[in-house]
Design a protein around this ligand. Structure first.
Ligand SMILES: Cc1cc2nc3c(=O)[nH]c(=O)nc-3n(C[C@H](O)[C@H](O)[C@H](O)COP(=O)(O)O)c2cc1C
Length: 196
């Protein structure tokens, strides 16, 4: 008999498809991203998962933001999803690589014009004197760069988190949760259980 070993992406797809079915929750793709500074200080924030496949999990951001600079210095990051509806947590550890310019352009061009102007106007993570000043910068970007010219700024792109480890925790009664851990060892995903 052939034993079917589940690959972590099949399991991710199974859960994620269920999560995306929930049309009430428009932020089903929100995920916590942790990076580490040059002096070892971790920080995390929410980003949106925009694409994923067996190559990795893609989010988009400003490359000169805090996270962008931390990733440039240390590409090792982690992602953590928690899906209340399923009582499932998914942890991903891996290394970031920048997506191709063509992939980033395609995603940028699919965004609403306001978001594109926002990307141009925001010096993400830099000090800002007032919210009104930000809105002024967005309006200016919108005027300066009419629709046809609102191409992706070179300081804005996507990162693919190429996973090395993926863990799924299905919550169970009495905190006897099921933790399935997948680790990439010499090109093969090895699965094991962990105490909860
Ligand atoms: C629901 C939600 C989704 C977000 N999605 C993104 C995103 O996809 N990309 C991004 O750069 N920031 C996103 N943000 C903002 C980040 O959480 C963060 O504030 C910003 O990127 C600056 O982070 P940094 O200073 O650590 O670089 C999102 C915030 C929330 C609350």
């Amino acid at each position: 008999m052939i034993m079917h070993r589940q690959n972590p992406f099949e399991l991710f797809e199974k859960y994620y498809a269920k999560i995306l079915e929930d049309k009430q929750n428009t932020l089903s793709n929100a995920v916590n991203l942790a990076t580490v500074s040059a002096d070892g200080q971790p920080s995390n924030r929410t980003v949106l998962l925009k694409e994923w496949d067996e190559q990795g999990f893609v989010f988009y951001t400003n490359l000169t933001s805090r996270k962008g600079e931390e990733i440039a210095n240390n590409a090792k990051v982690s992602l953590c999803f928690y899906w209340t509806k399923l009582d499932v947590q998914v942890r991903v550890e891996g290394v970031c690589e920048q997506v191709s310019d063509a992939q980033a352009d395609a995603y940028f061009d699919s965004r609403p014009i306001e978001s594109r102007a926002g990307a141009w106007a925001s010096k993400q993570s830099q000090p800002l004197k007032s919210h009104a000043y930000l809105l002024k910068r967005v309006a200016k970007a919108g005027l300066k760069l009419p629709l046809g010219k609102m191409h992706r700024p070179d300081f804005w792109s996507g990162f693919r988190v190429v996973p090395q480890r993926i863990e799924f925790m299905q919550m169970k009664d009495y905190r006897l949760h099921e933790r399935r851990s997948f680790e990439l060892v010499e090109g093969d995903w090895q699965e094991g259980l962990l105490y909860p």
